[in-house]
Design a protein around this ligand. Structure first.
Ligand SMILES: NC(=O)C1=CN([C@@H]2O[C@H](COP(=O)(O)OP(=O)(O)OC[C@H]3O[C@@H](n4cnc5c(N)ncnc54)[C@H](O)[C@@H]3O)[C@@H](O)[C@H]2O)C=CC1
Ligand SMILES: Cc1cc2nc3c(=O)[nH]c(=O)nc-3n(C[C@H](O)[C@H](O)[C@H](O)COP(=O)(O)O)c2cc1C
Length: 176
């Protein structure tokens, strides 16, 4: 394969062009939470992806300079709570610039096996132990082994695409 330097491109891939293109990708919206010695924290994330089912592993990308990043590293545990359309205000609250306690006061939570808060009424949740952290540019990539799973009642998912929210049918059901 050619070196990246050998590839001739019409225009440089600026941060702005990259974000404009990424805005075309539809993504599920999640509130990712943690609790433990590093304190309770949570943030909205679309950068969540399944890695492998053996062992069940997902990844979460968190901005290294966000107010919440350090708590995740310190606790070594997190829960990915996948949102339903009714959680749009919660997504905005956990999307930044709101004090942590105000974020959590807006919903009902219970403690998962990892110690991380699980959102009542989530479309699904994935309780995890953080297995590995890889820093890439501005973000930390958290590789997480899933230790517990729940699938909720909602039959619609909240998605984010074109810089706006939408709702799509998502009757998840449970396999086996
Ligand atoms: N992966 C991330 O860190 C994401 C961060 N956001 C935050 O929410 C704000 C509003 O987002 P939008 O309205 O979608 O407008 P935007 O133009 O800032 O972002 C468009 C798309 O680019 C990607 N993106 C945005 N910021 C990024 C980052 N720092 N690193 C990697 N990918 C990024 C996401 O796919 C996002 O949907 C952003 O400015 C950002 O602070 C939103 C989505 C993903
Ligand atoms: C729809 C949406 C998706 C987001 N996705 C991510 C993400 O995947 N990773 C990330 O680090 N921040 C993401 N953010 C931004 C964080 O939620 C925000 O930076 C976080 O709450 C920390 O903000 P703070 O430093 O003000 O606490 C997203 C925000 C919104 C509104």
């Amino acid at each position: 394969m050619d070196d990246a330097a050998d590839i001739a491109c019409a225009a440089p891939v600026t941060k702005e062009r990259y974000r404009d293109a990424m805005a075309a990708l539809a993504a599920a919206v999640n509130v990712v939470t943690t609790d433990g010695p590093g304190g309770r924290a949570g943030f909205t994330a679309t950068a969540v992806c399944s890695v492998t089912d053996a062992p069940p592993t997902l990844l979460v990308c968190v901005k290294r300079d966000s107010s919440v990043g350090e708590a995740f590293r310190a606790n070594g545990a997190l829960c990915v709570n996948t949102l339903a359309p009714e959680h749009k205000p919660l997504s905005n609250l956990f999307g930044g610039r709101t004090p942590v306690e105000e974020r959590f006061a807006a919903a009902t939570w219970r403690r998962g096996p990892s110690g991380a808060p699980v959102l009542e009424g989530a479309l699904a949740h994935f309780d995890c132990r953080i297995d590995r952290v890889v820093d890439v540019g501005t973000h930390a990539v958290l590789f997480c082994e899933v230790v517990d799973i729940g699938v909720g009642e909602p039959c619609e998912a909240l998605i984010y695409v074109g810089r706006r929210y939408d709702a799509v049918p998502a009757c998840v059901g449970a396999a086996g």
